[in-house]
Design a protein around this ligand. Structure first.
Ligand code: PLP
Length: 368
């Protein structure tokens, strides 16, 4: 039996990519906002239905530089049930993360606990659309307006997701996407920030290019986060196929749901109202008292059959060694419980129904 990895990058037909990069040989323009960069940016602006978008080397730099461009000080309310990037973007800006718990239904920020965490030092909220599940954007906007807080969404998981017909790129002051190889849509490495205010965009653009404003002017301590032409070319190709890829993922997810949907002791990702999903991940939460096997036992059983599954997310970011016990993990009990019981099963566009069945057979064989 062949190995099944937890994810596998979508690839355009090779000829299509080769054709796309031919121009780069002719122009010898490899990076610094060339033709491919502009074309991808325009394509994404249309696909995501936003006015303002800028591209980055990766999703992390989009997040980190978005925060920097806001000139913030103090505390940023976020969640610990996320990838390292979210929390690191806050800390690397000299800001203090304050961890709000997640809700047990869709694993995004628990908005009922948000307001009690706001202090006079709070400057922003950084929620995460985990697994492509859309945060309670209306309530977050209401609270942010009430206390005059900035909202920066980590939208790394939600490429192609729509809520009430609008792409998740349109919420908050900024929404940041990751185009990493493992994401639903990728440009090998890459990312984007979609933002409301065009003036803010000028600052952000400066920061991705060393703060260089003009040939003799450097007006900010920027970084280097420019997407290169080869990555942009991959993005251009993948964007042509992304809807088909999402549809293929949807078929695998439908099979998973058929097989695992009614099993006692398993909780699956919710189907959210008013949301067009992108099937980014397939998390399963194991209640070992009912199901009869722990998350770790399921992971080991799959590994024994050369099938990769991932504890996504474990550990929580508020327990990372680099933070030296600065945070109390017991303040986010739902996130802690999730991190100990969740396993994301393999999911990618080319995952066959037969492979989903093989995976489900192994999972179900552990049921007591
Ligand atoms: C992938 C990811 C990022 C970072 O994106 P990169 O493109 O890898 O820098 C940030 N947040 C979340 C939730 C992610 O999954």
């Amino acid at each position: 039996m062949s190995k099944i990895l937890v994810t596998r990058s979508s690839m355009p037909p090779m000829d299509e990519y080769v054709n796309e990069i031919k121009d780069i040989w002719d122009s010898r323009w490899l990076t610094n906002m060339g033709v491919k960069h502009k074309e991808l940016q325009a394509g994404l602006r249309e696909y995501l239905g936003v006015e303002n978008i800028d591209l980055f080397t990766n999703g992390h730099m989009a997040l980190e530089l978005s925060l920097q461009a806001m000139n913030l000080q103090g505390e940023v309310i976020t969640t610990p049930f996320t990838f390292a990037s979210t929390t690191h973007a806050i800390v690397r800006n000299g800001l203090t993360p304050v961890f709000c718990d997640i809700n047990p239904q869709d694993f995004t920020m628990d908005v009922d606990k948000l307001e009690s965490l706001i202090t006079d030092r709070t400057c922003a909220i950084m929620p995460v659309h985990v697994y492509g599940n859309v945060c309670n954007v209306e309530e977050i906007e209401r609270i942010a307006n009430k206390y005059e807080l900035k909202v920066i969404y980590d939208a790394a998981h939600t490429f192609g997701v729509k809520y009430k017909g609008k792409s998740t790129a349109s919420f908050g002051d900024v929404s940041c996407f990751s185009f990493h190889a493992t994401k639903v849509f990728h440009s090998i490495e890459g990312g984007a920030a979609c933002f409301r205010d065009a003036e803010f965009g000028k600052k952000l653009y400066g920061l991705k290019n060393f703060g260089i404003r003009g040939p003799e002017t450097v007006d900010a301590v920027g970084a280097n986060a420019k997407m290169n032409e080869f990555c942009a070319a991959m993005g251009i190709c993948n964007l042509r196929h992304v809807d088909e890829e999402i549809a293929k993922r949807g078929k695998a997810v439908a099979r998973y749901r058929e097989r695992l949907g009614d099993v006692d002791g398993l909780q699956l990702n919710p189907i959210q109202k008013d949301v067009k999903p992108n099937y980014a991940y397939f998390p399963v939460i194991f209640d070992e008292k009912i199901f009869g096997a722990t998350r770790n036992e399921v992971m080991e059983a799959l590994a024994a059959h050369d099938i990769g599954a991932r504890k996504y997310f474990y550990p929580l970011t508020n327990t990372f060694e680099c933070f030296h016990n600065m945070f109390d993990v017991n303040e986010t009990p739902v996130a802690l419980h999730m991190s100990r019981h969740v396993l994301t099963l393999p999911l990618y566009a080319d995952l066959s129904v037969e492979d989903v069945d093989r995976i489900c057979d192994i999972v179900l064989s552990l049921k007591k």
